[in-house]
Design a protein around this ligand. Sequence first.
Ligand code: NAD
Ligand code: UFG
Length: 337
Amino acid sequence: MSVLITGGAGYIGSHTCVELVKAGYDVVVVDNFYNSKKEVLKRVENIVGKPIKFYEADVRDRDALVKIFKENSIDSVIHFAGLKAVGESSRIPLEYYDNNIVSTLVLCDVMREFNVKKIVFSSSATVYGVAKEMPLVETMPLGAINPYGRTKLFIEEMLRDLFVSDSDWSIALLRYFNPIGAHESGTIGEDPKGIPNNLMPYISQVAVGRLPKLSVYGGDYNTVDGTGVRDYIHVVDLADGHVKAVKWVLGNKGCEAINLGTGNGVSVLQLKDAFQKAAQIEIPFEIAPRRPGDPDEVYANANKAKKVLGWEAKLDIDKMCEDTWRWQSGNPNGYND
Ligand code: NAD
Ligand code: UFG
């Protein structure tokens, strides 16, 4: 069975390539390397011990996609490709709508042309908007508070409409919580461009001396220690969730939104402490003002993933920190080393 992976050179895509090949699937990657490097795929090949077929192309390029579908017998698609920085999406919303929405439209149109109607889509917990209660359950009302979130929400709606129009489709809308960690080999991991927006890469770059100290955004939230609480999930668990989702789309018809989280909330200071323990390095920090738009707590109800996909997260916060540290300490400058 052959899976086309858009954005397969990215952080989550690269880990998913590894787990899919391990599970016996053939993978074909399409990526324009806008936010990743070709080196990533070489490292994936080293981990799995065989070549990875890849196309350097933009998913919005219809002709390029048609060529890929003609040259390969694709059975299902995982669509990771997209822009993902929340803050940036408010500065350049048109680029976000263009990249995220147009890529999905073109991809689904070409899939329909080749009668490949099985897709796993990278959604996000951000589609719950400002939720009134926790944990987040898939049936709760949806909303969005920034252009990035709106692209995810619109795409979910588009894919639901597609299924209503043609029930031959099989669509998994995977709502990720906060992916962190790296492959156990320490050879692939998260390598954000510029100064990281997200907590874990920020902490790990402080640990290797690329950044002087961590700013903890807000110490007066209504949480266990006053700092923001999130549901961090090991990227390898997340990748395994995709393997299970591919199996589901191949064997079923329907359109299902499914949370991929652990169900556990961890605060900023708890994550920092776990990282310090794993790395045996003190992380200097200061309590800074809140970041606008950040909620107190976000965590999943992960029951549906277990019921529908037979998947649950296995790796704990200590393992997430150990694997992040192995990656970051071995590659202090990411893939530029
Ligand atoms: P990433 O930026 O590391 O990977 C995305 C990949 O897609 C990159 O390799 C990039 O070069 C490629 N790409 C972007 N636009 C493209 C296009 N038009 N054509 C071809 N390739 C293109 O991001 P990631 O963290 O691996 O996230 C993957 C997906 O998961 C994204 O859709 C993101 O919105 C979603 N997501 C991520 C998180 C997170 O915290 N990392 C959380 C929720 C959802
Ligand atoms: N934080 C800090 N300092 C930092 C960075 C983050 O204290 O330098 C805090 C934040 O205030 C928050 C927590 O760490 O309390 C996690 O922040 P991240 O930026 O790592 O993650 P978010 O939960 O804010 O954002 C993530 C994804 C988004 C997605 C959002 C909602 O990165 O793509 O979850 O699901 F939209």
